[in-house]
Design a protein around this ligand. Structure first.
Ligand SMILES: *[C@@H]1O[C@H](CO)[C@@H](O)[C@H](O)[C@H]1NC(C)=O
Ligand SMILES: *[C@@H]1O[C@H](CO)[C@@H](O)[C@H](O)[C@H]1NC(C)=O
Ligand SMILES: *[C@@H]1O[C@H](CO)[C@@H](O)[C@H](O)[C@H]1NC(C)=O
Ligand SMILES: *[C@@H]1O[C@H](CO)[C@@H](O)[C@H](O)[C@H]1NC(C)=O
Length: 353
């Protein structure tokens, strides 16, 4: 009897291990097509992942490198999470076989550059998470194959340079998160292919210059976050060129130089019906020194007073001059007339005698 049970148990274990080659340290839920290998101290990718897996979680391990064609046996993957590892490099074509992959999470690693063929094969990818890595430059071809991407998260890198065609193939991208990077200027063309973009988050960079046409072709933009940058002034045309039904723009936490020109730009922007400056009431001045820390809203009616006074003085001066001229002319005319009258009278009295 005991022998029989033993045999049964052995058979069960054998059949299980045959049907699910599950790496030690992983939990394989074949019926859910889910494999979880978190906190397993892996320094290399595991070899035994059930081929039926669609959702693979390798987060919180010690992986340092993703070699070429790493996931040949896991072609059905739809979700691949490799965040919180120690990955510093991803080989060219690392993900080539993953034609069904929809979400790839590589956040919280040490990736400092993405090669040209990094995205090869990822044509079905909808979401790419790359936040909190060490990226400093986006090359024009890194994202070349991601033509179905909808969400790209690059928060918390060190990106200071975006090559003009970096986002060139992303006509379906809806959210671009670039908050907490080192961007200084936004040049015409960097976002020019992102015609489906709805959210552009640039909060917490060092942007002090935006070229007038940088947001030009954006016809879907609903939220533009430029809060906590280094802008001291803005141009009306930069924002007027956003052609959408309605766009919310966030601008607080910038060191505004509160002068009459700025007041005029904001006055005009706030009168554009499709633009909403949601945090206008929170904008504060950094310069001139006597207005530092004042809210723009509290001083904006006074910023152009000096100008109004000058205009008034000029107007009054002109009016006085004109009036003076008229009075003089009138006086002259009268004088002339009186002179003529007088001579005429003189002549008359002459002829009387
Ligand atoms: C991560 O990798 C770096 C070298 O790239 C190494 O110095 C560091 O100790 C590693 N960290 C962990 C937690 O393994
Ligand atoms: C982007 O990444 C940050 C940091 O990991 C995270 O907090 C945020 O929710 C992500 N945003 C989106 C839209 O995925
Ligand atoms: C913007 O900031 C950079 C770096 O801090 C500086 O070199 C540059 O002169 C600034 N440009 C303007 C227009 O303020
Ligand atoms: C304005 O600032 C206050 C305090 O920092 C904050 O609670 C509020 O959400 C801000 N308003 C907007 C529209 O951002």
């Amino acid at each position: 009897m005991q022998y029989f049970f033993c045999l049964l148990l052995l058979m069960a274990v054998y059949s299980k291990s045959r049907s699910s080659p599950c790496e030690k340290g992983c939990d394989c839920h074949e019926e859910l097509k889910l494999t979880t290998c978190t906190n397993a101290l892996f320094t290399q990718l595991p070899n035994h992942i059930p081929p039926s897996t669609e959702h693979l979680d390798l987060s919180m391990n010690l992986l340092t490198f993703i070699p070429k064609s790493s996931f040949q046996m896991e072609r059905k993957l739809r979700v691949l999470l490799i965040k919180d590892n120690n990955i510093s490099a991803v080989a060219d074509g690392a993900f080539t076989q993953l034609e069904f992959l929809q979400k790839l999470d590589l956040s919280c690693n040490r990736i400092s550059s993405l090669s040209e063929s990094f995205s090869l094969g990822l044509n079905a990818l909808r979401e790419l998470q790359l936040s909190h890595n060490h990226l400093h430059t986006l090359h024009s071809k890194s994202f070349m194959h991601l033509d179905g991407l909808q969400r790209l998260n690059l928060t918390g890198n060190a990106i200071h340079n975006i090559q003009v065609r970096s986002f060139g193939s992303m006509s379906t991208l809806r959210q671009l998160h670039l908050e907490g990077n080192h961007l200084v200027s936004l040049n015409n063309g960097v976002f020019s292919m992102l015609k489906s973009l709805e959210v552009l988050n640039l909060q917490g960079n060092q942007i002090n210059k935006t070229q007038e046409g940088v947001f030009t072709p954006m016809t879907s933009l609903a939220l533009l976050n430029l809060a906590h940058n280094q802008m001291s002034t803005i141009y009306f045309k930069t924002f007027l060129s956003i052609h959408t039904y309605s766009t919310h723009i966030l601008l607080e936490g910038n060191p505004w130089d509160c002068n009459c020109d700025l007041q005029k730009v904001f006055h005009k922007l706030r009168s554009v019906q499709r633009l909403f400056l949601d945090d206008y009431y929170n904008l504060s001045c950094n310069a001139p020194p006597e207005l530092a820390n004042y809210r723009l809203m509290d001083v904006d009616t006074e910023l152009c007073i000096a100008e109004v006074v000058i205009v008034l003085i000029i107007t009054i001066t002109v009016m006085i001059t004109v009036l003076g001229a008229i009075v003089m002319a009138e006086r002259k005319r009268k004088k002339k007339k009186r002179g003529k009258h007088w001579t005429e009278q003189g002549n008359l009295s002459d002829s009387d005698h």
